[in-house]
Design a protein around this ligand. Structure first.
Ligand code: ATR
Length: 280
C-alpha cells in the first residue's frame, strides 16, 4: 500500500514483540478491507508506559492494542473501560476519541463471535474450559457474559481452577461454575470444549489435553493453539466427527474485532483468514 498524509496509524504496545503476528494480521486486513491505515509494533518498556500513552494522545493515534506486560498496568491511564475489560481487569484494545481513551478486551469476545459465525450455540450451553491461565480467564469470562449455563474448568493445578471459578461466580450471576482435575468420569452432557493451555503447541505437537472419548459427538471442540494450524486435539476430534474451531481463527477474530472498534464498521474476516493461512 501507499502511505499518504491521510494514512491512519495504529499500533501494538508491549514488550517483547518480535514474535507478534498482529502487524501481519492488521496490515493484511487493512489491505483487504481497503482501510487507509498502517499498523506497527512498538516495544514499550514498563517504566515508559505512562509516557507512551501521553505520546499516543499527543500524536492523536486513533487506536492501539496492548499486550504483555501492559494489559493490566495500562488501566490507570485510561478514561473509561467497557464491560468485558472491566470484568477482566485487563485491556487489549484502546480507542482514542478526541483524546479520551476507552479500553476494551476482545480476547474472549473474538472467540465468541467466531463461534457464532460458525453457528455454534453458546447461550444456555454447557462448556468445558481446559486451563486456568490468562487465556482461559478471558474466554471463560466472555462465555459467562454471553449466558452459558455451566462452565467446568479443568486444570492441572486445582487451586488456579478454584480461583477462576470463584471469580466468575462472583462477577456473573445465574451461572454454574465447577472445577476439577482431569478425571475418568463421563462428560457426555457438555456442548463445547476449549483447550486454553499450550498443550499441543509446536514442538509439543503430539500432546492432547483431554480424552475425547469422554465427550459426546455433538460436542464442538476448539483449541487456542494455532501452531500447528490443526493441532493433534483438533485432528482427532475431526476424525471422531466433532465440529472443530481452530486457534488461528480465534486469534484473527480478536484482532479484527479491535479494528471494528477503532473504525466503527464491520470488517471482512474470512478473506483475511484465508490470506494469512497461506503464509503459515
Ligand atoms: P496464558 O496466559 O497463555 O493462558 P498461563 O497463564 O501461563 O498462559 O496459563 C497456562 C495454562 O496452561 C495453565 O492453566 C497451565 O496449567 P497450570 O495452572 O497447572 O500451570 C496450563 N498448562 C500449560 N502447560 C501444561 C501442561 N503441560 N499440562 C497441563 N496444563 C498445562
Amino acid at each position: 500500500m501507499k502511505v499518504k498524509s491521510s494514512t491512519g496509524l495504529y499500533c501494538l504496545i508491549g514488550n517483547p514483540l518480535e514474535k507478534s503476528l498482529s502487524p501481519d494480521i492488521h496490515n493484511t486486513s487493512f489491505d483487504i478491507n481497503k482501510v487507509d491505515a498502517v499498523y506497527t509494533a512498538l516495544e514499550v518498556k514498563p517504566e515508559y508506559l505512562e509516557d507512551a500513552v501521553k505520546g499516543i494522545k499527543a500524536l492523536n493515534i486513533k487506536g492501539f492494542n496492548v499486550t504483555i506486560p501492559h494489559k493490566v498496568e495500562i488501566i490507570p491511564y485510561l478514561d473509561e473501560l467497557d464491560r468485558e475489560a472491566n470484568l477482566l481487569g485487563a485491556v487489549n484494545t484502546v480507542k482514542n476519541v478526541n483524546g479520551r481513551l476507552k479500553g476494551y478486551n476482545t480476547d474472549g469476545k473474538g472467540f465468541i463471535e467466531l463461534l457464532k459465525s460458525k453457528r455454534v450455540k453458546v447461550k444456555n450451553q454447557k462448556v468445558i474450559v481446559i486451563g486456568a491461565g490468562g487465556a482461559a480467564r478471558a474466554i471463560a469470562m466472555s462465555l459467562a457474559i454471553e449466558g452459558v449455563k455451566e462452565i467446568l474448568i479443568v486444570n492441572r493445578t486445582i487451586e488456579k481452577a478454584r480461583t477462576l471459578s470463584d471469580e466468575i461466580k462472583d462477577k456473573v450471576k445465574d451461572i454454574t461454575v465447577k472445577y476439577s482435575l482431569k478425571s475418568e468420569k463421563e462428560y457426555a452432557e457438555y456442548d463445547l470444549i476449549i483447550n486454553c493451555t499450550s498443550i499441543g503447541m509446536y514442538p509439543d505437537a503430539e500432546s492432547v489435553p483431554f480424552d475425547l472419548s469422554l465427550l459426546s459427538k455433538s460436542c464442538t471442540v476448539a483449541d487456542i493453539v494455532y501452531k500447528p494450524l490443526k493441532t493433534k486435539f483438533l485432528q482427532l476430534a475431526e476424525s471422531r466427527g466433532h465440529q472443530t474451531v481452530e486457534g488461528l481463527g480465534m486469534l484473527i477474530n480478536q484482532a479484527l474485532l479491535s479494528e471494528e472498534i477503532w473504525l466503527d464498521k464491520t470488517i471482512e474476516k474470512e478473506l483475511v483468514l484465508k490470506e494469512l493461512v497461506k503464509g503459515f
